[in-house]
Design a protein around this ligand. Structure first.
Ligand code: RB5
Length: 148
């Protein structure tokens, strides 16, 4: 089986959590595409949300993980792309529902909001839960085509 490629990115508000989760997933056998940031300098979260969105859009990774201080800014950034369904989660139930109901392809965390153990659990759930389809498919399709 080929390794699943997971893209991961954050701003300075979540560097420690991003490094933890990247190493955790690497140890579990995933291919990790680390898009930064890799230092503690203050950066702009939209740049990292957009970077990851392009990687998914171009098919270079199947799933993404984004983090900023609260998780809010970087999820807003990623969700500006119709191909991206980024879910900001704080617990395992929402990580599961983000997959089952929303077919989320990106999970988002606040580095100042969640600890590493719970984050690991949420990531595992996100990576191992299938989309339920059915009635949810119609709703998810509508997300890609907002009325203008
Ligand atoms: C950076 O200080 C902070 O604003 C950012 O990480 C994030 O929380 C924005 O939504």
């Amino acid at each position: 089986m080929t390794k699943q490629t997971i893209a991961i990115a954050c701003d300075h508000g979540a560097l420690a959590l991003k490094s933890h989760i990247a190493a955790y997933l690497q140890n579990k056998g995933y291919e990790i595409l680390d898009l930064g940031v890799n230092g503690t300098e203050s950066v702009d979260y939209p740049d990292y949300g957009y970077k990851l969105a392009h990687i998914l859009k171009d098919g270079q990774a199947t799933r993404g993980i984004l983090m900023c201080g609260s998780g809010i800014g970087i999820s807003i950034a990623a969700n500006r792309f119709p191909e991206i369904r980024a879910a900001l989660v704080h617990d395992v139930t929402c990580a599961r529902l983000a997959r089952e109901h929303n077919d989320a392809n990106v999970i988002v965390f606040g580095g100042r909001m969640i600890g590493p153990d719970l984050c690991e659990e949420c990531v595992n759930t996100f990576l191992n839960t299938d989309f339920e389809g059915g009635r949810h498919q119609r709703r998810v399709d509508k997300l890609s085509n907002p009325p203008r």
